[in-house]
Design a protein around this ligand. Structure first.
Ligand SMILES: Cc1ncc(C[n+]2csc(CCOP(=O)(O)OP(=O)(O)O)c2C)c(N)n1
Length: 423
């Protein structure tokens, strides 16, 4: 911005109300539509709640859990809706969509009433729209009328704030017989549980990172950057009412994590803030570490380092005949011809990691811990918790062949899931 514009005098006060043409959220609830929705739900044999971030944004988590406890309807969430209900709740199934669990995606395919609250039905959630929830009637509550029947045509639209609508549903809702249906979904989950083992024995598995993280951090604000680490976070981060997950979702803005963590920590000085990033995206805004150091923000920045732009590499592996290009972050010009990027002939000259995130952390005045051994994960997290005067980078080295599964290719139907790696 030109400096004369920056130095112009303007009003410093925030207005009391904001008026945006074209965005007129409705906060009232149409009780007739609520009753129709409950009638539809009552007659369902395979009902399913599909929950998006709207429930988190309207702080309707407790109310929603109450509704689930009354109705006994199983729940799947979008990655933005994660945390709408504790992940240990017996009726929580998992995430839906591109990297959703097998059970969740199968449940969408089989359900007869899909009761969705606060989601936009974006393409990462729906897969191929024409084949989305083929057997279901759909109820959709959303505060933004423009979101209703935009991507998915719904049977019962309800334009309302999620919390207000759920509060109207609670006194009228009744328990449904869902046992058989829930058992069926749980059987699918047993058949193909969400797992992330290491592709090389002895190396740290992505899943182990989160098992240790869940034990070390039982409350706080968790943020992600964009890529495989983001998807593993949405798959394995346990959520409870004292945890919040902030991620850029389908927008996919690499470089989001660290600056967002700074914002989260500034806004919540008494809360623990943990950012999970990849070695690619974190370098897009790593200079913000200077700000975090200056402001003495005790952010824990977990960098899951696989030496690659992992998510794009995974797509090259699955959908482009393993034609790896532009995704190796350790590549040197002189590597040409010596390496085929599939791990079968890693040349001598290949550095173990680059950059050296520990030296980088220390050069900014932050703490740095490198973890190469699964047994050391817990110690690293505990040590970071003790650092209160500066950020801590925990760099965790994993193998570059580790992939996020299940995966639905963009544009394919949700039940068309890749369940195994093709190495
Ligand atoms: C600014 C930007 N550029 C490119 C992309 C496409 N993209 C999505 S994920 C990804 C790879 C991210 O790599 P890394 O940060 O190392 O995380 P990993 O997938 O390895 O966990 C890329 C390049 C994007 N989402 N945003």
């Amino acid at each position: 911005m030109p400096s004369n514009i920056v130095s112009e005098i303007g009003p410093a006060e925030y207005p009391e109300t904001v008026n945006i043409r074209g965005y007129k959220p409705s906060t009232g609830v149409h009780i007739g539509q609520i009753k129709k929705a409950l009638e539809m739900l009552k007659n369902a044999k395979k009902p399913l709640f599909l929950i998006g971030d709207g429930v988190n944004i309207s702080h309707a988590n407790e109310e929603f859990e109450k509704l689930v406890n009354i109705t006994k309807v199983p729940v799947i969430t979008t990655i933005m809706g994660k945390g709408a209900i504790p992940t240990k709740h017996p009726l929580f199934i998992g995430n839906v969509g591109m990297h959703g669990s097998y059970a969740s995606n199968k449940a969408v395919n089989e359900c007869d009433v899909l009761f969705s609250i606060g989601t936009r039905f974006n393409d990462r959630v729906t897969g191929r729209i024409a084949e989305f929830a083929p057997n279901a009637k759909i109820i959709h509550i959303d505060i933004d009328s423009a979101s209703i029947s935009r991507n998915i045509v719904v049977n019962i639209p309800i334009v309302a704030d999620a919390k207000a609508a759920i509060n109207e549903l609670i006194p009228l809702a009744q328990e449904l017989y869902t046992k058989k249906w829930v058992n069926q979904i749980k059987a699918w989950d047993k058949e193909y549980p969400v797992t992330a083992p290491s592709s090389v024995e002895g190396r740290i598995s992505p899943q182990a990172i989160f098992e240790n993280l869940n034990k070390a951090f039982t409350e706080g604000i968790f943020l992600t950057d964009v890529g495989q680490h983001q998807m593993w976070t949405t798959q394995f981060l346990e959520m409870n009412k004292n945890k919040q997950l902030i991620t850029s979702g389908g927008l996919g803005t690499m470089g989001f994590g660290l600056p967002a963590a700074i914002g989260a920590q500034l806004g919540n000085p008494d809360k623990r803030v943990v950012c999970i990033a990849g070695d690619g995206g974190v370098q897009m805004t790593i200079q913000e570490l200077a700000t975090a150091v200056q402001l003495e923000l005790p952010i824990t920045l977990v960098i899951i380092n696989n030496g690659f732009l992992g998510m794009v590499r995974q797509m090259q592996q699955f959908f482009h005949d393993k034609n790896y290009s532009g995704t190796c972050l350790r590549k040197r010009k002189s590597c040409e011809g010596k390496c085929n990027f599939d791990g079968s002939n890693i040349p001598e000259c290949c550095p173990p990691y680059t950059p050296d995130f520990i030296r980088l952390a220390e050069s900014y005045g932050a703490y740095g811990i490198r973890v190469t051994d699964e047994d050391k994960l817990s110690d690293a997290f505990e040590e970071a918790k003790k650092n209160t005067d500066s950020p801590t980078i925990i760099e965790i080295l994993i193998d570059f062949k580790d992939v996020v599964l299940p995966m639905v290719q963009g544009g394919k139907a949700l039940d068309n899931m890749l369940l195994e790696t093709n190495y």
